[in-house]
Design a binder for this molecule. Structure first.
Ligand SMILES: [Zn+2]
Length: 56
C-alpha cells in the first residue's frame, strides 16, 4: 500500500528531525550557565529549561 510507505517515510523523517533537535538542545544545555529555580520535586533552569529531579 502506498499510504503505508508514505506514512513510514514521514515517521522516519520526523525521527531524524527529533534526534537532530534533541542534540541541538543538549548542546545548548551543556553550554548553559544554569540558573535553577527549585520546588519540592525538581529544579529547573530558567534559561535553558533543563530539569533535574531532586532525590531525598
Ligand atoms: Zn541552563
Amino acid at each position: 500500500m502506498k499510504d503505508v510507505q508514505e506514512i513510514k517515510k514521514v515517521i522516519g523523517y520526523l525521527h531524524e528531525e527529533i534526534n537532530s533537535l534533541e542534540n541541538h538542545l543538549k548542546n545548548i544545555q551543556d553550554k548553559c550557565d544554569h540558573q535553577y529555580e527549585e520546588n519540592n520535586y525538581y529544579k529547573k533552569c530558567t534559561k535553558c529549561q533543563q530539569i533535574k529531579v531532586l532525590y531525598f
